[in-house]
Design a protein around this ligand. Structure first.
Ligand code: CA
Length: 251
């Protein structure tokens, strides 16, 4: 869909300015290893060793992505994430020793983009960074999406399936376009509410998302019970499939 940035690498994207990462980690050895590695790979890196410093830095010098240790002195990482998400959509990768599923779900629900459990390899960390940056950058530039017969025009705000126009409400369109511009990425209902609905009282109710997905499926899917565009990731949320054609006939 947009190979340009991949071809040029992520450390120095098309803007010509090095990608700015904020590494929040209180363990000096871990922090040094990550910071040193990422700088060698061409990133500009700001390092923080405690919670209050992270919040200060993010205001003074916003980052393109944040690597966030959950166990930080001063302010807990999950509280930092909550504060950050009130103001910014900066991609956040949680890097933590907390491996429990409950912690992972809490982190993702609070708006983290990815979750790495320590110990992890630095090349894997960099590949996760590239992935969250790919997902976060192209959004505003993708105006035309075409996936296995489904065509979305974000300028005209029109949708067609196999050439036939489909009538969607404003929110149905926004939700479909939001998911379709990030194919393969799983979104929790909470993060969808936050990003598609904004911070209103609709937030409180994840079934708003469920109902909108149901109505979109009725309008765009050949078989709404076996969707191939927006699929449900049980217990987590929804994903627009990277390859809807491969979903044909999947029961
Ligand atoms: Ca820590």
């Amino acid at each position: 869909m947009m190979p340009i940035e991949e071809a040029q690498g992520t450390a120095t994207p098309v803007t010509g300015r090095p990608t700015h990462l904020l590494v929040a980690e209180d363990d000096p050895a871990n922090r040094y290893a990550a910071v040193h590695y990422l700088r060698r790979r061409g990133y500009r890196v700001t390092e923080c060793a405690d919670g209050p410093d992270v919040l200060r830095q993010l205001v003074q010098d916003p980052a393109d992505a944040v690597l966030l240790d959950l166990g930080l002195p001063g302010v807990d990482g999950l509280d930092i994430l909550t504060t950050l998400r009130r103001e910014q959509t900066t991609p956040v990768i949680i890097c933590t020793a907390r491996a429990a599923e409950r912690d992972r779900i809490t982190g993702l629900d609070l708006g983290a983009d990815d979750y790495l459990v320590k110990p992890f390899s630095l090349p894997e960390l960099e590949s996760r960074i590239r992935a969250v940056l790919r997902r976060s950058r192209p959004v505003e530039r993708i105006d035309h999406i075409s996936a296995d017969g489904l065509v979305i025009d974000r300028n005209e705000r029109t949708v067609t399936v196999d050439g036939a126009p489909v009538e969607l409400t404003r929110k149905e369109f926004d939700l479909l376009a939001f998911l379709a511009t990030r194919p393969g990425h799983v979104h929790t209902r909470e993060s969808i509410l936050e990003q598609v609905w904004g911070s209103t009282e609709a937030w409180q109710n994840g079934s708003t998302v469920t109902e909108h997905v149901r109505r979109i499926r009725l309008k765009v899917e050949a078989d709404p019970n076996h969707p191939r565009y927006i699929t449900t990731v049980r217990g987590v949320g929804y994903r627009f499939e990277r390859d809807p054609a491969a979903m044909r006939g999947v029961a």
